[in-house]
Design a protein around this ligand. Structure first.
Ligand code: ADP
Ligand code: MG
Length: 332
């Protein structure tokens, strides 16, 4: 490829790759990023699980966010998809569209963020593409992982009578974004830091996702909003999901930020970017799911059940439906 559009004070494309990215390509099949393509050895008895997500400055992160954290968010939203499918992450490809104002210090910090996460999740870079853009910084990552043949957790599989759970708390990332936008002046620093880190640095639930294999009847990661995402399970599983608003788990920091309960619950249930795992489980396997959560130290909340029908409803303590204007984040 051409390096047209690159800054004169920034190394050319190939030097950039050799200096910043080749050290991240530790797997033998990545050939130190010196070939057209990489080889990922297949693992006997396993399927390869693949997923891709692009993040764009101004849409998924702020251009002023620290480069390490931008890198980690771009990677982690992909690892979260792998986690929700019960797979073990193995590696990733990195396509970068770089605007001219990013200098070498920024890029080094970006690569450092990736290196740290590669260590944390035990994965390698396998390749990618680098191009200049006059548009916003865009990072597209394709990640792959392994799962025992035929075992990947699907969105399809929830049955009437199954229970609905979600890990962690929801709405925190939206709260963190509100903080970054200066909409939370009265929050304590520790609460603010917690919410902002939930927005900037999601924690893929890898160990927990793996432990749901063979136990959950359906699962996904909460990226667009709990309500909208459970709508996907309801849609492909052809069930109706009934949620109890009082059981939607919220952090203390979010409760402080948005003190008004009905408003907070509606916002928390429809806000994106939490990267928790929402799943369904038969009543028979409920105890197994709780054991799996305890074994990986993952808090989970039982928030509703599935019945015959379609769609998702959120009920208040009187059993009245809470109307949701927009179920989740929509790009178009
Ligand atoms: P080609 O033009 O044949 O597609 P490239 O010149 O784009 O090859 O890339 C050369 C090598 O560098 C390839 O191995 C590619 O995977 C790797 N590479 C390019 N950009 C990146 C990147 N941002 N991250 C990781 N690897 C990259
Ligand atoms: Mg290329």
């Amino acid at each position: 490829m051409t390096n047209f559009g690159f800054r004169a004070d920034r190394p050319g494309e190939f030097q950039l790759i050799a200096e910043l990215f080749a050290p991240l390509a530790a797997a033998p099949g990545a050939f130190d990023l010196t070939d057209d393509a990489a080889v990922l050895a297949s693992r006997p008895g396993h399927d390869l699980v693949v997923t891709t997500d692009a993040v764009v400055a101004g849409v998924h992160f702020l251009a002023t966010d620290p480069p390490e954290l931008i890198a980690q968010k771009a990677l982690r939203v992909n690892l979260s998809d792998l986690a929700a499918k019960g797979s073990t992450p193995a590696g990733y490809l990195l396509a970068l569209c770089l605007p001219p104002q990013l200098d070498m210090d920024w890029l080094r910090a970006f690569a450092k963020g990736l290196a740290d996460d590669q260590g944390e999740f035990g994965i390698s870079l396998y390749g990618g593409d680098t191009t200049a853009t006059s548009g916003p910084l865009t990072i597209a990552i394709t990640a792959f992982g392994h799962v025992r043949t035929g075992m990947m957790l699907r969105r399809q599989g929830a049955r009437p009578g199954d229970l609905v759970f979600v890990s962690g708390t929801v709405g925190d990332a939206a709260g963190g974004l509100a903080c970054l936008r200066g909409e939370a002046p009265s929050l304590k620093k520790s609460e603010r830091d917690f919410l902002v880190s939930r927005f900037q640095r999601p924690e893929p639930r890898v160990a927990f996702g793996k432990s749901l294999l063979g136990t959950a009847s359906a699962a996904l990661d909460v990226s667009d909003g709990l309500f909208a995402d459970l709508g996907h399970i309801a849609g492909v599983s052809t069930v109706r999901i009934v949620l109890d608003a009082a059981k939607i788990p919220q952090s203390q920091a979010l409760i402080t930020l948005w003190p008004n309960p009905p408003d907070r619950i509606a916002r928390a249930a429809t806000a994106g970017d939490d990267y928790e795992i929402a799943f369904t489980v038969s009543q028979r396997r409920r105890a197994k799911a709780l054991q799996a959560a305890a074994a990986s130290g993952t808090p989970v909340s039982e928030i509703g059940h599935c019945e015959a029908g379609k769609g998702v409803v959120l009920l208040d303590s009187c059993g009245e439906e809470i109307r949701i204007p927009l179920p989740g984040y929509v790009h178009f």
